[in-house]
Write a protein that binds this ligand. Structure first.
Ligand code: FAD
Length: 319
């Protein structure tokens, strides 16, 4: 089976979700055999070659051109689709990022592949595919049969592990593609004025929800995070109330995190929240409601009032 993964460069680095697409590509290669090609478009890409030379990736195609520095649908579609046509893979995989969600439908249309979005699992039947997709913002899963041997799939960041084992031995082909210019032209990335920490980079997150009760109580949670060398994160109501900036929000409309330890304080476990943290290694939840849905995905649960538990916990930890 020929497998193509589309990677991406974000913030002068290979994006995390690129490694998730490579993981899925590897899983399919293990199951069905074949060859895995990674395609990336951008500018000055050679410096990323070592980071992209990942276990299981047979070849890397770097589509390098000054006009591809910032993502633009038409230019990227034409450049990448040309390579895909030449390979004629059974499957093209891209992460569902702000680039991937825009690019892959356009590529699928261009090359005439069936598009399957939000894929969580895939099986090749010989004549087509059976896939499981996430629908209704993660509330339900849907099984679909695809009567097409050639599919293009997007995967949600956080749904698969990141495969980052570098080998340094993958063949790299650098090309300068012809550029097609769309009517929309990217002119620059506007970063939010507020610079904050990146909660996706922390091994420990102490995440507060509405149950934290007051803005003053955030201090206790922050103290806990600092003692554990972690950072403070939150659910959406905390951002809506203006207690923490949006950069700290976890969930489907914010950041997807996978820390070693995620401590949820007074978070009920709404789908939109757990979509952003359910793949954390260890989830510890504190909630006064024993039936709170967060307990269903937690490894450890404490039924307690935060106002009672947090001061005691901090006292013990400080000892
Ligand atoms: C389109 C859309 C996108 C969304 N995106 C996101 C998102 O990205 N991230 C996100 O988080 N939400 C998101 N939401 C909101 C989401 O649906 C929930 O409303 C939200 O996650 C609930 O936050 P919460 O758990 O903090 O609050 P609540 O649901 O109000 O839960 C508070 C919890 O605290 C417990 N509690 C109360 N007091 C105490 C106490 N003293 N001690 C211990 N426990 C206590 C309660 O038992 C309860 O379980 C989105 C919603 C929509 C419609």
């Amino acid at each position: 089976m020929e497998i193509v993964c589309i990677g991406e460069i974000f913030n002068n680095d290979v994006s995390g979700p690129t490694y998730e697409a490579i993981y899925l590509g590897n899983e399919l290669k293990r199951e069905y055999g074949g060859k895995l090609t990674l395609i990336i478009a951008g500018k000055d890409l050679e410096k990323y070659s070592a980071k992209l030379s990942i276990q299981g990736v047979d070849s890397i195609i770097l589509l390098d051109h000054p006009s591809l520095e910032l993502y633009e649908q038409v230019a990227y579609t034409k450049a990448i689709a040309g390579e895909i046509r030449a390979i004629s893979p059974q499957i093209v995989i891209a992460p569902y990022t702000s680039q991937g969600m825009d690019l892959l439908p356009s590529i699928a249309h261009e090359i005439g592949y069936t598009l399957v979005t939000y894929c969580q699992s895939l099986k090749f039947t010989g004549n087509g595919w059976i896939a499981t997709r996430v629908i209704y913002g993660g509330k339900l899963l849907e099984d679909v049969e695809v009567d097409d041997k050639n599919i293009a799939v997007t995967i949600r960041p956080g749904d698969f592990p990141q495969l980052k084992q570098e080998t340094g031995s993958t063949s790299v082909l650098k090309k300068s593609p012809e550029i097609a210019q769309g009517k929309m032209r990217p002119v620059g990335i506007v970063k939010p004025a507020l610079e904050d920490i990146d909660i996706t980079k922390y091994d420990v997150l102490v995440s507060v929800g509405r149950g934290i009760g007051s803005k003053e109580n955030l201090e206790m949670a922050d103290e806990l995070a600092k003692i554990l060398n972690g950072a403070l994160a939150c659910s959406r109501p905390i951002v809506d109330m203006g207690w923490l900036p949006k950069t700290r929000q976890v969930g489907s409309s914010a950041k997807t995190v996978k820390p070693k330890v995620y401590i949820a304080l007074g978070i009920s476990g709404a789908t939109n929240h757990i979509n952003g943290m359910k793949n954390s290694n260890t989830i510890i939840s504190v909630n006064k409601d024993p039936y709170a849905p967060i307990f269903e995905i937690s490894h450890y649960g404490v039924v307690a009032d935060i106002n009672d538990l947090l001061p005691l916990l901090l006292e013990e930890l400080k000892k």
